[in-house]
Design a protein around this ligand. Structure first.
Ligand code: ADP
Length: 295
């Protein structure tokens, strides 16, 4: 378990980009989401001690981020794994292991072999990284993150740039390889939440906007989301009256996704109303956006 207490961070004096973050990151897949510039990378860099701790505490199983031992328990996989492109895959893993694991040579070889099997890259051991396909490179990155058997793994946008079909396979690989660990994954691909999340953490403007388990996150709008259709001309009055999450326009009609404790009534403005199942995107918009109503 990783605990963050009162964490703030400023790149420039007195302009904090993280504001008093208090968070517990539990076992399983923790999906870190937030708009661009919300502070995800800064948070990750604090957790991985790439940036020095300025204010607050970060504890991994009660071990402070400032202890040398902390680094041995965590692993960080940056978005693009293109280090040592001319080295063969196995050499890269040996290099990472020698810097990280503290195992003797034969233990290290055994450790690397197991990880190569798990990540399905054994047959590419002698292939140079630059000659590997993108998918293979990602698996080598995962293998490198597993070296040293870390307790806490941070993956920065691991699914970025993978097409949706391949992503399903990649989710399986992630689940298999990091099963049982505490994993923090930053992402802007909302599908990742449905396929991976045990817990969801949402940042906005350097503050925690939401934290909770997947089921709680998914039921945020349960029974409270409706799709109302109205004339395009009536849209502005609907927006003033209701909490409108999003709109889609078809000709002269507009369908509004409305958050409301009770179903909006048919009236002179609304032609039809149906209850709607919230998507992850709806929930994201709900937490990100303000209420559209005046007052
Ligand atoms: P995200 O990863 O969610 O896009 P970042 O952590 O990269 O967010 O950025 C958070 C804020 O910190 C942004 O306003 C960004 O401009 C600022 N920032 C990021 N890196 C630096 C830096 N090296 N120097 C100054 N400001 C930075």
């Amino acid at each position: 378990m990783l605990e963050i207490k009162g964490l703030s961070y400023s790149y420039r004096r007195n302009i904090p980009v993280l504001h008093n973050i208090n968070l517990v990151i539990k076992n399983g897949f923790n999906l870190l989401i937030g708009e661009n510039g919300s502070g995800k990378t800064t948070l990750i860099k604090n957790l991985t001690s790439i940036l020095p701790l300025q204010q607050g505490e970060i504890l991994l199983d009660n071990l402070s981020v400032t202890c040398p031992e902390y680094k041995k328990k965590i692993s960080y996989l940056p978005q693009s794994f293109d280090v040592y492109p001319t080295l063969p895959v196995k050499e890269i893993l040996r290099f990472v292991a020698s810097a990280k694991s503290g195992l003797n040579k034969s233990e290290q070889e055994e450790h690397i072999s197991k990880i190569m099997d798990l990540t399905n890259i054994t047959e590419y051991a002698q292939k140079k990284l630059k000659d590997c396909s993108e998918g293979m490179r990602r698996r080598v990155g995962i293998a490198s993150a597993l070296i040293g058997n870390p307790d806490f793994v941070v993956l920065d946008e691991p699914t970025a740039g993978i097409d949706p079909k391949e992503r399903i396979q990649f989710y399986k690989t992630l689940r298999t390889c990091f099963n049982g660990k505490t994993v923090l994954i930053s992402t802007h691909i909302l599908d990742d939440i449905d396929f991976l999340a045990t817990n969801v953490i949402m940042l906005s403007q350097g503050c925690i906007k939401y934290t909770g388990d997947y089921a709680a996150f998914r039921s945020t709008l349960k029974g409270k989301l409706f799709e109302a259709t109205c004339d395009l001309q009536k849209l502005s009055s609907i927006i003033q009256k209701y909490h409108v999450l999003s709109t889609s326009i078809t000709g002269e009609l507009v369908t509004c996704k409305i958050v409301s404790e009770e179903a909006p009534q048919h009236d002179s403005q609304i032609i039809s109303v149906v209850a709607s199942e919230a998507s992850v995107e709806d929930i994201w918009l709900y937490f990100q956006g303000g209420d559209t109503r005046n007052g």
